[in-house]
Design a protein around this ligand. Sequence first.
Ligand code: AKG
Length: 325
Amino acid sequence: MEKSRTPQSRSPRRSSHAPRNRITRQLVNPDGNPVRSDDMGLADVGQRLTTLWARARGKVTTDISFAAHYAGRWYARTTTRIEEDEKARAQAAHLERHGYLVIEADDRVAEFVRTAYPQMKAAWDDQVGTWRDPPVGGTYKLFMSDVCERWPAVLDILDGTTAAMLRAYFRSHFQFSYVEPYRTFPAEGDLPKSWLWHYDAVAPGILKLMVYLNGASAETGALRVLDHDESRALERGGFRRRSDSAKYSSEFDRRQTVLEGAPGTAVIIDNRVLHKATAPERGIRDVVCFQILPSVVPTDVAKRRQPSPSYHARTPQFPFVPPLR
Ligand SMILES: O=C(O)CCC(=O)C(=O)O
C-alpha cells in the first residue's frame, strides 16, 4: 500500500527543463541557506569539500579514540584488582557523582611545592623553556616544556592520597597521557577558547587534574566548573558550544562552583562537566596539569614505559590513537 503523504512532505516536482544541479541540493551557506550554483566558483566547492573532509576525519578520529578508551578501561578493570581504603572510595564516589573533586596537598605534594616550585617559578619568570599560547593575539598562558625531564619528581607527586583516589575511581591502575605546566596572567583583550565554557575533546571519564603550585582563589584564576547535574541542565536549556557562553553567562554565574585552594591543592574534573579557565584579576596562577586515564599496568611501570609524558606544542589532541592522515 502506498504511504499517504502530507502536502508539506511532498517533494517539489522537478520540471523536465530545470537543470539538474546536485551542488545546489547538497550544500548550504554558513547561515543555513542553500548555496546557488551561480554563487559558487570551483575554489568554493574545493573549500567546502575540504571542510567536510576535515569534519569527517575529526569525527572518525574521535569515535576511534573514544572506542579505544572504553575498550582499554574495560580491559584494565577486568584484569586488575584494586582495594583502596574508605577515604579513597568516598573521594572517588564524589568525583563520580559530581564530576569534580578538590584534594588538599599531602606531604609529598607539599614537599614538591617547597623544593621544586621555586625553580619552576624562576624558569617561568625568566621564560626558560617556555612558549606562549596563543602565539598572537594574547599572552594568557605561558607553557613550560620538558617538566618531567627537568623536575622528574613531578611524576611522583600524586603517589600519596591522590593516587589512592584515582585507583578507586578507575577501579584499575592509571597513567598520564601528558603532564603540562602553565602560568596564566590577567587578560588583555579577547580570550581564546579554553576561557569559554566547554568540555574537553576527550572520552568521558578521562580526568584533568591541576595542582595549583601557588594556590588559586576566585580573583587569581581558580578553575570554574558546573557539576554533572548543572552541566546537563545547561545542555537541556540550550547550551551547545563554547560560543554560547556569553548567552548563558548569568546561568553559569548562578550555577558554577569555583574550585579554590592553597598551594599544592589538586583540583580534578572529568570531561563530562562544563568548565572554564578564568584569567586572574591580579597576580599569576601557576599549575601543573595532568591528563589521566586508566592503565592495565601499574602506574610505575606505565611511567617508565613512556619516553616523555611532558606536554609539547605538538602533543596530539587524542593521545590514544595516532592522528589519521
Ligand atoms: O586553566 C584552567 O583553569 C582550565 C583550563 C582548561 O579548561 C582547558 O585548557 O581546557
